[in-house]
Design a protein around this ligand. Structure first.
Ligand SMILES: Cc1cc2nc3c(=O)[nH]c(=O)nc-3n(C[C@H](O)[C@H](O)[C@H](O)COP(=O)(O)OP(=O)(O)OC[C@H]3O[C@@H](n4cnc5c(N)ncnc54)[C@H](O)[C@@H]3O)c2cc1C
Length: 489
């Protein structure tokens, strides 16, 4: 009996010693890892390098620095950008700015309130407000603005944090070792070529990016261009609306960008751009487009005045909206937050994988709707396409839940891809109904079938680009709404 007890005690003592030994070993390993992380933080000049201080780069620098990261931002040109892009911040974008603690950057830049979409076609028009949807936790009002002023405010706010180092420099290439980006090579403000290293490099160099081409497939098709100019010393009679005119062959948009400047924009298909240099563009805008601008308020007068004042600019149509860039910033900040060490390649890779899934509801909804509209609203001589254009106008002008649904999607207030797909199907059916009325002749029947085929083709391409699962399964969108579309503190 005594021998048995002795054995049992020996076994117990052995087990306890083994457990204590392993616990100490585990703790030592954890301490070593923590020390390594701490060392890495001390050794490295920065935790993150951000290339480009536009809307995305400056906002990300601020958000990561607020979490205690040391951020080095390299921006090609620190002067206030003078550019024609990113002038409408939708309500969804304002919510994202507020979530990032950056909503004050929309103040003191003479931004204008954007409350309505006023849409015009063939003498008819409707004014559609951003809907007052209780599920959207922010004011349903956007802002129109000078993009350069917003960017400058964001840069200033980021640079005010002591752990942000914002410098002028042009990044030439990414430094890669065994498939991992280690840093960048850049030309600094004195023209000297130098390098910077950090555990994480984020490229935010905008839609004309050179660097992203080496990282992702960047062969986006350019569907159309925008021609635009500013009419100075002018105020629209209705300055809180974006005036969308479905004229032919171009779609025009007119909106107030500061208290006394109005932006006039027209979207041009890639194959028919009149030359700016020899004056063809001005003549075209004056002779073909101006007579179609409604004489409601002072819209036409302001459209014409701007043509006389200077040369228009041409830009590639946007493929990604500011609110998507800000939503991406917020998602990345939240995913990186729990990581003590950004040098942990495995964990950062997991973050990147999650990032591409979580961002889908906002990016797919907003960018796809913008792309579909820019294809559908451009006038053509094809009867089926024209039918779709008219159907889209009718659908938007209903003034009921259909209008509210589409405007909420446009405003980034309801980032649900499945809702978008359902609206696109409903627009197709409305357009077919319009084509067949008042009675379905064989010709009308044929064109409505072609319209259906066109819509299927468009929807198919959209699902292929964004992913069938991501577009049609609503759980991801529900999770996005729960986390990101919440009331701000
Ligand atoms: C014609 C047009 C109209 C648009 N209209 C709208 C709109 O109404 N509403 C909306 O929400 N969005 C609009 N957009 C899209 C919007 O402009 C972008 O979503 C937004 O600018 C993206 O921000 P970003 O920071 O990624 O890029 P950007 O704002 O372009 O910033 C990129 C920055 O990177 C810097 N940079 C580039 N390369 C380097 C380098 N090699 N080294 C260092 N720095 C570098 C650039 O100087 C720049 O400051 C429009 C876009 C276009 C083209």
């Amino acid at each position: 009996m005594e021998t048995t007890y002795a054995w049992l005690w020996t076994l117990l003592a052995f087990s306890l010693t083994w457990m204590v030994f392993h616990l100490i070993k585990k703790k030592k390993a954890a301490t070593k890892e923590a020390e390594a992380e701490a060392e890495e933080r001390i050794d490295g000049a920065a935790d993150v390098i951000i290339v480009g201080a536009g809307v995305a780069g400056a906002a990300l620098a601020y958000a990561l620095a607020k979490d205690g990261r040391r951020v080095q931002v390299i921006e090609r040109d620190l002067k206030e950008p003078e550019r024609f892009m990113g002038e409408l911040m939708q309500p969804g974008g304002r919510l994202m700015l507020a979530q990032l603690g950056l909503e004050d950057c929309l103040e003191e830049i003479d931004a204008q309130e954007a409350k309505y979409l006023a849409i015009y076609k063939d003498g008819k028009h409707a004014t559609l407000p951003f809907p007052n949807d209780n599920k959207f936790p922010y004011e349903p009002v956007g802002r129109t603005l000078r993009n350069g002023r917003l960017v400058q405010r964001l840069r200033k706010k980021a640079a005010s944090l002591s752990n942000v180092h914002l410098e002028e420099g042009s990044v030439k290439s990414l430094i890669e070792e065994r498939g991992v980006i280690k840093g960048v090579t850049y030309k600094n403000s004195t023209g000297e070529e130098t390098t910077a290293f950090a555990p994480l490099t984020v490229v935010c160099d905008g839609c004309y990016s050179n660097l992203r081409r080496s990282l992702v497939d960047n062969n986006e098709e350019v569907l159309s261009y925008m021609v635009g100019y500013v009419t100075k010393n002018s105020r629209l009679e209705d300055p809180h609306s974006l005036h969308l005119i479905l004229s032919k062959p171009l779609v025009c948009v007119i909106y107030q960008i500061t208290s006394d400047e109005v932006r006039c924009v027209a979207e041009i298909p890639t194959d028919s751009i009149p030359s700016i240099a020899n004056g063809e563009m001005s003549t075209f805008l004056k002779k073909t487009m101006a007579p179609q601008i409604p004489e409601i308020g002072n819209l036409r007068e302001i459209f014409l005045k701007g043509i006389e004042e200077g040369l228009p600019e041409i830009k590639r149509t946007a493929t990604k909206r500011m609110m998507v860039a800000l939503s991406d910033t917020l998602i990345l900040r939240n995913l990186l937050r729990p990581l003590p060490n950004l040098g942990n390649t495995k964990k950062v890779s997991e973050v990147v994988k999650s990032f591409y899934i979580i961002r889908k509801p906002m990016s797919a909804t907003v960018n796809t709707l913008a792309n579909v509209f820019s294809q559908v609203l451009i006038a053509t001589t094809d009867e089926a396409r024209e039918g779709m254009r008219q159907g889209c106008f009718n659908y938007l002008c209903n003034g009921d839940f259909r209008t509210n649904g589409i405007i909420a999607l446009l405003g980034g207030m309801n980032p649900r891809p499945l809702t978008l797909v359902l609206h696109l199907v409903a627009i197709t059916l409305t357009s077919m109904g319009h084509m067949l009325s008042p009675f379905p002749s064989p010709r009308r029947f044929w064109h409505s079938l072609r319209l259906f085929a066109l819509a299927l083709q468009m929807l198919g391409a959209l699902l292929k680009d964004e992913g069938v699962k991501e577009m049609l399964i609503p759980t991801n969108a529900a999770a996005y709404r729960r986390t990101y579309m919440t009331t701000t503190k």
